[in-house]
Design a protein around this ligand. Sequence first.
Ligand SMILES: *Cc1c(COP(=O)(O)O)cnc(C)c1O
Length: 357
Amino acid sequence: MRVFNFAAGPSTLPLPVLEQAQKEFLDYQGTGMSIIEMSHRGKPFMAVNAEANALLRELMGIPDDYAVLFVQGGASQQFAAVPLNLLSNGKADYIVTGNFANKAYEEGLKYGDMSVAASSKEDGYTYIPDMNNVKFRDGIDYVHFTYNNTIFGTRFTDLPKTDATLVTDMSSNILSEVVDVKKFGLIYAGAQKNIAPAGVTIVIVKRDLLGKALPICPTMLNYAIQDKNDSLYNTPPCFSIYMAMLVFRHLKQMGGVPAMQKINEEKAKMLYDFIDNSKLYKNNVNKKDRSLMNVPFVTGDPDLDAKFVAEATKAGLVSLKGHRLVGGMRASIYNAMPIEGVKALIDFMKKFEMENK
Ligand SMILES: *Cc1c(COP(=O)(O)O)cnc(C)c1O
């Protein structure tokens, strides 16, 4: 029996996608081989690579003057790749709204003059700074921010006000809500939250930003080289790209990103409304900055939190333990979490509250 899996990443994937992968795992389209056993330069995989790229472009409305790259090293590798490719003036500003945002800033410090334009660290990263009050330095190469903060459960609903290039980490909310790609110079996302198994990282970058990498930029991190080679400069993470393609097909069939956004808003509203009206549970995030994807909550008593997680697991609702930096619980409700999963969680929360008054 499959459980409802609320893990933050790697996380649950759509059942029809897993079934499709299982069906063709031993013999991919009559080749007598698995997709993970064949050359990445052979026709079948090249077709997968091209279709995944085309579908992502279609789903996100990515203009032709943007490159779509499938690279490795996770989102964390992009913390270095971004400055190594874009820092031609030697300075950039960061908005620090969580652990990953801070890691990106600290990695950036190795390569240039980086500055924190705003941070919510003092308040435990429970809100997103008001973009109307955040000022940036002159002459910067980019502004970096983390669109959705996976650990703290916040999300940007307004973009930084600047003419500088916007760079954003969308690891935990890519394809969950409509975004206007044209407003960004670069978007990156590890696949293992909302797209595919771990292994592939998506980079969407405006081509006119390419070709200015620092001389020390490793070949493998150079976006222009990856673009020129259709992300096949070396052996790519074939299985993750194949799974991403299946997920993209599935999303298209579901009505694309607007349809996902609608369902995601409905799921999140249901859960936040329940938490706000309960006497036992509390979400500590500023309401307007609440994430649609990651919902942290606490009872206020660490022992009761632990009991909640243990009993939920027994009830088939798994991976609800909060991140060690926050404690309590966290329900990650990505695209692949069906509305039934959120309803089952709320039913369990009600029952637990009754039993633990
Ligand atoms: C998970 C996550 C990361 C780290 O991703 P890796 O692929 O493990 O390097 C970075 N940023 C955000 C927003 C994340 O959710």
